[in-house]
Design a protein around this ligand. Structure first.
Ligand code: PGA
Length: 253
């Protein structure tokens, strides 16, 4: 079985004292979670502080975004090299909030992925359909178009540093979750596409209102390798419970 991953996307939330309390609670419990990869993605301004607080911990730190350019006159942007320079392990790319609010097209997402991979940053590529697309029966087409735009342009070595997150837009921050069966159907399509490009070992996470209460059922699905958790990752006990569910699914409890 692929090792499960539980990643917390803090989005634009938190401040120093809250971050510190959250991380302290995670670190305290992490020895029981050695069967799971636990990652956090804080706002970029906090990354160095978070990294120093996680020194000696197995919890890895991701950025939520990266520039599509190498360096230069791009006011407000943070490059892949800078993320590596401060000790970041990876980066989320193509999150639906970036696609929706910052007009990130598949071409922009690809440019960002290429930047990240060229610096050896692990890339969590996010894909997912809107409610209107799902209701129009376009889920598979939309997800596979977003996925193909990236994976068809990457070689095997690049794909080895990639994780895919399926995040139905209608389930993000809404309290609506895809049922495990709905998620599994899309994950199986994603897995088949990955297999077709020789990347069957790429982990596929589910994201969209994952909570302690629904994590176990999601993790029981054969093609769900973990979770990208937004809101619930800001609550240490909730996030830990999700990580414990991933651990139990891995060790077969
Ligand atoms: P949510 O967010 O868990 O708050 O729905 C998930 C995500 O956007 O990564």
């Amino acid at each position: 079985m692929r090792r499960k991953i539980v990643a917390g996307n803090w989005k634009m939330n938190g401040q120093q004292d809250q971050n510190q309390a959250l991380l302290a609670a995670l670190v305290k419990e992490e020895s029981a979670l050695s069967a799971v990869d636990v990652w956090v993605a804080p706002p970029s301004v906090y990354i160095p502080t978070v990294l120093s607080q996680l020194k000696g911990s197995a919890i890895k730190v991701l950025a939520q975004n990266v520039a599509e350019h190498d360096k230069g006159a791009y006011t407000g942007e943070v490059s892949a090299m800078m993320l590596v320079d401060v000790g970041c392990f990876g980066v989320l790319i193509g999150h639906s909030e970036r696609r929706q609010y910052y007009a990130e097209s598949n071409a922009v997402v690809l440019a960002k992925v290429k930047q990240a991979l060229s610096k050896n940053l692990l890339t969590v590529l996010c894909v997912g359909e809107t409610l209107a697309e799902r209701e129009a029966g376009l889920t598979e087409e939309v997800v596979l178009t977003q996925l193909s735009a990236i994976v068809d342009a990457c070689d095997e070595a690049e794909l080895a540093r990639m994780v895919v997150a399926y995040e139905p837009v209608w389930a993000i921050g809404t309290g609506l979750t895809a049922t495990p069966e709905q998620a599994q159907i899309v994950h199986a399509h994603i897995r088949a596409k990955l297999a077709a490009v020789g990347a069957e070992n790429v982990a596929v996470l589910y994201g969209g209102s994952v909570k302690a209460a629904n994590a176990e059922a999601l993790f029981a699905m054969p093609d769900i390798d973990g979770a990208l958790v937004g809101g619930a990752s800001l609550d240490a006990q909730e996030f830990l419970a999700i990580a414990r569910a991933a651990s139990d699914a891995t060790v077969g409890k």
